[in-house]
Design a protein around this ligand. Structure first.
Ligand SMILES: Cc1ncc(COP(=O)(O)O)c(C=O)c1O
Length: 553
């Protein structure tokens, strides 16, 4: 009998062949030598190996084969390096696929050793960052006044698809990675859907979210450069906490400007940051010129992210050997998050999972960009037609209702100009409990991918989000972050569509964090006083009117 298995050649499958040898030997020792199979791969040598079969990356072909030739099939080699021989079904000759576990954990050795630079793959690159004074592209030298040198190099790199993760940083990643890719068996059952749902969970570290992936990287490079002090802002508190953890490990001094209202609402976030050694200042404060000015004008202001960014940048500029770090939006931050996507891709290959839809929440775009990186690369290169959906709050509808234009990244209008989808740097999103998604702009990479039609965007209302979060908490056992629950809601909607259409799709969504510091939001939902806010067109026009004059392509 001759079997031609259709699959693609990869390093992983080569390794499997070696294991296949062992499995075949074991089998033949048991006296079943009547089989002669051949494995071929399209575009490569038609006959690779006699006498055993590789089942890899080709569920369609595999299924066909199973039904048409089952009387001849004696064993199956499938899943990970441990080949599974179906002794139980030996006589019948049925092929059995091993069940995908609830939690897929890669080993430390399997963790990616590189990040993906999506820009290198993009056919058209995003427009460059501009210096607002000259309206010329920012130079590396200009950016190095504020950011660390290697991060600036990463920010401006448009050619190298893979950027190595330094060994010293991998040591830090190993403390909390790899993160699990979880099969939502319980949620599937709850929704009664034929869809397979998976989520990549980034909330298993003390900071509670994906933010640590870039915090650790940025602090690592700061340390390498001999920087002794960092400043940042934090809105919801996740980013500040992640940075405080990384600064404690690499022994760097950290000042966090925390939006005043957040500092009041989430005192325990402040406590965690302080426990890790950070100095946390409620913003606006008396410690900077910009803070004093704002307070003089409005002593009772509750602060804003834009104001906290301005204070953090001013302090970085005035402090010796100090740099400013940002937790989202910029290309290098998104790139650090691609460790999420690479782990997901490796886990999928290992278990022959073929995603049809990938979904993530979008604030500044970093966790979403990180999750989709390998999949969008394949899509751009024409290797797949996967659907990719970014989900934002209807209260801050940057992609779905924003303008694609140059704008400032902060309300204080101090940052370089970024070409992105924006609601205007003066846009004040109405209160939403997903603090991490309340940003007027969007990563320039995600903006460009959306503009060029590679990704879809959806805006959802927060009561629906919390409803989904509650179902998820009760079925899957994890209390999700409100931000991540935006992605969860759309994943559930897609799974329900599968039920209605009788389609079996594979859906992966990013569960970027836990909701343990968002209990006041859950409280508001539980006590039914949560409101949905959707800005009117007039509200949005006010933000657009403030857009800076910048060259349009
Ligand atoms: C849990 C969580 N998810 C998502 C986000 C959104 O940020 P980004 O779009 O950069 O991933 C945040 C931001 O604070 C967050 O804390």
């Amino acid at each position: 009998m001759r079997v031609v298995v259709i699959g693609h050649l990869s390093t992983e499958s080569r390794r499997w062949w070696d294991c296949g040898d062992k499995a075949y030997n074991e089998w033949t020792h048991e006296g079943s030598t009547e089989i002669s199979m051949r494995v071929g791969l399209p575009g490569s040598s038609p006959v690779i190996k006699e006498a055993y079969m590789i089942v890899y990356g080709m569920s369609g072909a595999f299924a066909q084969f199973r039904w048409h030739r089952r009387d001849h099939v004696v064993f199956v080699l499938y899943r990970t390096k441990t080949f599974f021989i179906s002794k139980k079904n030996k006589k019948k000759g049925l092929i059995r696929m091993a069940r995908i576990p609830y939690r897929i954990y890669l080993t430390e050795d399997e963790m990616p050793k590189h990040w993906i630079n999506i820009k290198a793959v993009m056919k058209e690159k995003p427009d460059p960052m501009l210096n607002p004074a000259t309206l010329k592209p920012c130079t590396a030298e200009e950016l190095e006044h504020i950011f660390c040198k290697e991060l600036v190099e990463q920010e401006l790199n448009e050619t190298d698809k893979y950027i190595e993760i330094p060994e010293g940083l991998l040591d830090y990643y190993r403390m909390y990675r790899p993160s699990p890719l979880i099969r939502a068996y319980n949620l599937e059952k709850q929704l009664d859907t034929p869809a397979e749902i998976y989520y990549k969970f980034e909330g298993n570290n003390t900071s509670g979210s994906h933010k640590l992936n870039s915090a650790a990287a940025q602090v690592y490079y700061a340390k390498k450069q001999g920087v002794t002090h960092l400043t940042t802002e934090t809105g919801a508190g996740q980013w500040g906490t992640a940075l405080a953890m990384a600064c404690a490990y690499y022994n760097i001094d950290l000042t966090v400007y925390m939006v005043k209202v957040s500092a009041q609402q989430k005192p325990y976030r402040k406590t965690v940051m302080e426990t890790y050694g950070a100095r946390v200042i409620a913003s606006p404060s008396e410690t900077t010129d910009v803070g004093r000015k704002i307070l003089a004008e409005d002593p009772d202001t509750s602060g804003s992210l834009g104001c906290a960014i301005s204070e953090a940048i001013e302090t970085a500029m005035k402090t010796d050997n100090c740099k400013y770090v940002l937790g989202s939006v910029l290309d290098h931050v998104l790139m650090h998050q691609t460790v999420i996507g690479e782990e997901t891709r490796i886990a999928c290959e290992k278990y022959d999972i073929k995603p049809d839809i990938i979904i993530g929440c979008i604030g500044g775009g970093s966790n979403f960009g990180g999750l989709i990186a390998p999949f969008i690369s394949d899509k751009i290169e024409g290797k797949s037609d996967i659907r990719i959906i970014g989900v934002e709050p209807a209260s801050c509808p940057t992609l779905t209702r924003g303008k694609y234009a140059y704008d400032f990244g902060d309300t204080g209008r101090t940052t370089p100009l970024l070409k992105m989808y924006t609601l205007g740097s003066g846009f004040m999103p109405s209160p939403s409990h997903a603090g991490g998604l309340r940003f007027h702009g969007m990563s320039p990479i995600i903006s460009k991918l959306y503009h060029d039609g590679y990704i879809e965007a959806r805006a959802v209302e927060q009561t629906d989000v919390f409803n989904a979060a509650t179902i998820f908490a009760r079925t899957e056992g994890i209390l999700p972050a409100p931000e991540s629950s935006h992605a969860l809601l759309v994943a559930m909607e897609e799974a329900i569509k599968c039920r209605e259409n009788g389609e079996k799709k594979t859906i992966i969504f990013g569960l970027s964090g836990t909701g343990y510091f968002d209990l006041s939001a859950y409280n508001s939902f539980n006590s039914k006083d949560m409101m949905d806010y959707i800005p009117t067109d007039e509200d949005l026009e006010k933000g657009f009117a403030e857009l800076p004059k910048a060259p349009e392509k």
